[in-house]
Each structure stands twice: as structure tokens, then as C-alpha cells.
Write a protein of this length. Structure first.
Length: 544
């Protein structure tokens, strides 16, 4: 029976890493995507059975990318085109749903499918950011709208694709639009009223610090979006938020380091001030968005303890940074890397001059633009100090072309193609990486790309789904396949969530192939053309 909605207090969010709910995008503020649940363990996981499923309207044929968010026995998911659904997490009974019926213009400047990655919860409310530029607050219990705010006009270059982050009375969002030259921003809205508390552009204006890392006048159409949810340290109220690719893609048109493109920002959550930055890729010409999650982790590297941030970058490096200073601890390639050759003592990327395309010229480099890993959440199990990373082994060509900025139109100046990384056993590899060394300890290969996010549990399991449509349970420590679900109705590009209600543990996953790969993947997309489309939510549990 559906009960009263339990308020998501700040205390519950601060303690979310210890919770068997799934209250926030990465389960916890630290970004671990690691549940303390242990009822499903490596021995009994083979007995998992589907307990309920929900098929979404058949006209939603795009990518289902949301992580199911669970509070008590309420589960919330979003679908392509920003529909919101609330279910009873134990029975699948639909409690309420909302279709914003976005106008066509809302889909105009969306680079990589009309996706939504999920909701944020705070107190009695639920928050969604939409492709149209709206951020909306709902009563989580019944779906009544509290407020709606428009942060930008649809169709001019911006979109929201991310799940918002809730902390200390604020709702944090970041913009997409790197492929349209839309100058990126991160904003804090008052959770109660929706009023903007602060808004910070990711590219400084000429009079601000680092404004001189761009040619004069370019900052107004500089890309550098912030399209994935950041992580957070509640103790010193610092956000760790990634910034995407600079615009246009063709670096030749914008001499300089182009800060803060492809960087991690440590941000004062109260006022938006930048405490430090680390630029993963300077002067990017390959769409190596630096938005991928930076997980807070205690590591021991070469005999020294660090409060670190660990991150698998699009540029192919697995990176550990010092949380306090943003200084580089290590950077180790996890796929073949020929654009960025390494990092110097100052922590600057050393870029291969031969990997820069010029107008009318073609270069080959690795990884290609979707990166060694795209936005797909990795999961970190502190007990084994292993992080499980969905990686992509692909290289490609880039050809430079002339481009000028036009509001609302693509701003690339490059054409591109994709081919398999020479010598690799497929496009996809789920990797177990020991954060104390930065080195791979196991790999599970697949011919097709692996675009599913990962969730680990305290019992030593890593759950993640394949494009073939199977949810897998790997042993976190060894990569051994412990269980594989029957083939689901579509391929998986979302992250599972794990939760308990009334002492029973469940695993939830959205199947519904889509996202960037089928749109931009060329031959890599062609090999996935038989993956059926359409979204279904599946929930598994032990039959006891
Ligand atoms: O620069 C940007 O603003 C931006 C936004 C997004 C997005 O919002 O989904 C993607 C990308 N870039 C991108 O480069 C990319 O590879 C990508 C993949 C996906 C996806 O959902 O599968 N989104 C995006
Ligand atoms: Ca991009």
C-alpha cells in the first residue's frame, strides 16, 4: 500500500551513502553510485526474478537515460521528451505522471537525442530540468506543480538534459549546448520559490580571471556546457562540476587554453564562486567534454593518503585529483590515447600537434569524439577500492571546415568518422580499475559499445546493462559474470538503481536504446541498428 511520502531532509541527503533508498542521482553526494544493500549477494544473485515492469508509450522511441530515484516506496523516472512518472516501487502501480508536451522548438538545439537523466528530490518536492529551458518543482506525493521557471529560450542553443542536484535549499542545474556555441552555465535555484540564487558562466568574460584564454569577443558563443550532474561535499559546501567542450570544435579558430572548457570546477555552493579548476584537456579540438562524474574517494597512491576526486575522462585518461587543491595526483590511460599524450608537472594536458585538424585537412586520432567513456555513470565500491567503468574503444577521423557562429545552428567546423580502436576486442569494455593505482584489474569486453551506467553494492556486485538488452551482475573484485537477465525489450543506456522497501532489496533498470551513439556513431551505430526501440522499466528481486 502506498503510504505518506517521507520528506527528503538535508540530513537524509547528507547520509545518503548509508541509505538503502536512492535519493539522489548518484545515490550519494560523493558520486559513488554504491548502495549499502547486501541482501542480494554474489551467491544468490543468480536467483533474481523480474517482479514488475512498466512499458512506456510506444511513440517514445528515443534514449531512456534516467536513473530510477527511490524514496520509501515511491519511485520516480523520467523518459525522453521530459515526461515524469511516479510508481509504487514494490508493485509498479503508477501513482502519477506528467507530460510537459514540449513544443517542437525545444528539440531544435539538442545535440544527442531528446533525453532526460532523472529527477532530484528535496523535502516534499521533486525537481525536473527540461530540454525547453524550464525547471519545474512538483509535489512528489501527487504530482501537483509547485512552480516552473524558464532559464533560457528554447531553440537558441541551450538545453537541459541532466538530473538536477538538491542541497541546502538549492536546486543546481547546468546547461547543454556545446555543439551550438551556447556559453555554458551552472545555476542554483531556490528550492522553495524557483528564484535564481546565483548563475555562473563557465567561460569568463574578458574582464574576469582567465578571460584572456580566449580570442577577443568569443566568450559570448564559446560552448563549454555543464550538462551532467556534479558531485558535492556537504562538509565544506563545495560542488565538483564538470565543464564540456569549447565552441566551435575546430580549435584553430580559438587560440588559447579556452578556460574553463573541459575542466572540473570546485564551486562554492552558496555563491557560485570558483575555488579551483583543473583542465583535463586544454585547447580541445575533439569534443572531449570534461563533464564525466568526479567521484569523491579516499585513495592511497604510492604510500600516500589523499581525499581525491576520481574521474574517467572522454580524452581516455583515468584521473585522480586532490579534492582540496585540484592538483593532479595521477593520470593513466584506460583506452588508446593519441590526442592527449600525458600531463606535465603543472597538470596541463600535453596535446599531440598531429591530432589537430585544420580546414580542409583530415587527421586520425584516439579516442574519437564520444570519448573513452561518455556520460555513463561509473560506480565506486570503497570496500574493494575498485571503480567499475563502462569504456569505449574507438578512434576516428576529424576533418576541419569553415564555420561561423549563427545562433541556434551547429557550431563545429569539423566533420568526423568512427572506427574500432586498432587491436581491440570490440567497442565496449566494462573495466574494473583500482583507484589506488589507477590501473585496470579486470575487463569484460563486448563487440557492441557498452553504454550502460554502473551501480555497485556493499555485497560486492556491480550491476550494469548491455546494448543487447541484458542486465548483468559482475563480481566487483574480479569481473566474473554472476548473473545475466533474460533479454529485455531494448538495449540499455541507463544506470540501474538498487533500493530496499520493507526489508526487501530490488534492482531497477530502464531499457530503451538511444542517446548519442545511434545518431552520431556511423559504423558503430550501424552495428546496433537491430536493437529494438522503446522504453520499459524493469524491477528485479529475489523470490523470497
Ligand atoms: O556539448 C554539449 O552540450 C553536449 C550535451 C550532451 C547532452 O546534453 O546530452 C551530449 C554531448 N555534448 C556530447 O558531446 C555527447 O557525446 C553526448 C552523448 C549523450 C548521450 O546522451 O548519449 N549526450 C551528449
Ligand atoms: Ca559535446
Amino acid at each position: 500500500a502506498t503510504t505518506e511520502y517521507p520528506a527528503v531532509t538535508q540530513q537524509r541527503l547528507d547520509d545518503a551513502h548509508k541509505s538503502t533508498d536512492w535519493l539522489t542521482y548518484y545515490h550519494s553526494y560523493g558520486g559513488e553510485s554504491n548502495s549499502p544493500a547486501t541482501q542480494i549477494d554474489p551467491r544468490n544473485v543468480k536467483n533474481l526474478k523480474m517482479v514488475w515492469s512498466h512499458k512506456f508509450p510506444a511513440d517514445l522511441t528515443q534514449g531512456f537515460e534516467a536513473t530510477p530515484i527511490v524514496n520509501g516506496n515511491f519511485m520516480f523516472v523520467t523518459t525522453p521528451k521530459d515526461h515524469v512518472y511516479a510508481f509504487d516501487a514494490t508493485t509498479g502501480k503508477k501513482l502519477w505522471s506528467y507530460d510537459p508536451q514540449l513544443p517542437q522548438i525545444a528539440y531544435k538545439t539538442v545535440c544527442c537525442d531528446v533525453v532526460n537523466r532523472g529527477v532530484a528530490l528535496y523535502k516534499d518536492s521533486l525537481y525536473v530540468a527540461m530540454l525547453s529551458g524550464e525547471v519545474a518543482s512538483f509535489n512528489a506525493q501527487d504530482g501537483q506543480i509547485n512552480w516552473k521557471k524558464q532559464l533560457f529560450d528554447p531553440g537558441i542553443g541551450y538545453a537541459f538534459s541532466l538530473a538536477p542536484l538538491a542541497a541546502n535549499g538549492n536546486i543546481y542545474v547546468g546547461s547543454a549546448g556545446g555543439e551550438y556555441g551556447a556559453r555554458g552555465f551552472i545555476a542554483a535555484l531556490d528550492a522553495h520559490t524557483g528564484d535564481t540564487v546565483w548563475k555562473k558562466y563557465t567561460v569568463p568574460s574578458p574582464d574576469e580571471k582567465y578571460g584572456d584564454t580566449w580570442p577577443k569577443g568569443m566568450y559570448t558563443h564559446s560552448g563549454s556546457p555543464a550538462w551532467l550532474t556534479g558531485t558535492y561535499d556537504p562538509e565544506n559546501q563545495t560542488l565538483y562540476w564538470g565543464v564540456g567542450n569549447p565552441g566551435p570544435w575546430l580549435a584553430e579558430l580559438r587560440p588559447g587554453k579556452n578556460l574553463y572548457s573541459d575542466s572540473l570546477l570546485a564551486i562554492n555552493a552558496g555563491n557560485g564562486d570558483i575555488k579551483w579548476h583543473f583542465q583535463y584537456t586544454q585547447h580541445d579540438s575533439w569534443d572531449y567534454d570534461g563533464v564525466n562524474t568526479a567521484i569523491r574517494a579516499k585513495i592511497n597512491y604510492q604510500g600516500k593518503e589523499y581525499d581525491a576526486l576520481i574521474h574517467a575522462d572522454r580524452n581516455g585518461y583515468f584521473i585522480a585529483l586532490d579534492q582540496k587543491t585540484g592538483k593532479l595526483i595521477y593520470a593513466k590511460p584506460f583506452v588508446k590515447t593519441t590526442s592527449v599524450l600525458g600531463y606535465n608537472k603543472e597538470g596541463e594536458s600535453i596535446n599531440n600537434p598531429k591530432s589537430y585538424p585544420k580546414v580542409g585537412e583530415t587527421i586520425h586520432t584516439c579516442p574519437q569524439f564520444l570519448g573513452g567513456k561518455n556520460w555513463w555513470s561509473m560506480a565506486y565500491d570503497p570496500k574493494t577500492h575498485i571503480v567499475v567503468v563502462p569504456s569505449l574503444h574507438a578512434c576516428g577521423t576529424y576533418t576541419g571546415s569553415k564555420v561561423s557562429y549563427m545562433q541556434g545552428l551547429p557550431y563545429l567546423g569539423e566533420g568526423f568518422s568512427i572506427y574500432p580502436e586498432p587491436g581491440s576486442k570490440g567497442y565496449g569494455e566494462v573495466q574494473g580499475i583500482d583507484v589506488n593505482t589507477g590501473k585496470k584489474v579486470w575487463g569484460h569486453w563486448s563487440k557492441m559499445p557498452w553504454n550502460g551506467g554502473v551501480t555497485t553494492t556493499a555485497s560486492g556486485i556491480a550491476f550494469t546493462g548491455s546494448l543487447e538488452g541484458h542486465l548483468y551482475a559482475f563480481e566487483t573484485k574480479t569481473g566474473k559474470v554472476l548473473w545475466k537477465s533474460p533479454k529485455l525489450a531494448s538495449g540499455i543506456v541507463a544506470q540501474p538503481s538498487v533500493y530496499e522497501v520493507d526489508g526487501k532489496e530490488y534492482v531497477a533498470i530502464l531499457a530503451g536504446y538511444g542517446g548519442a551513439n545511434p545518431i552520431w556513431g556511423g559504423p558503430m551505430a550501424t552495428m546496433t541498428k537491430n536493437v529494438p526501440r522503446g522504453g520499459t522499466l524493469y524491477v528485479f528481486s529475489l523470490n523470497n
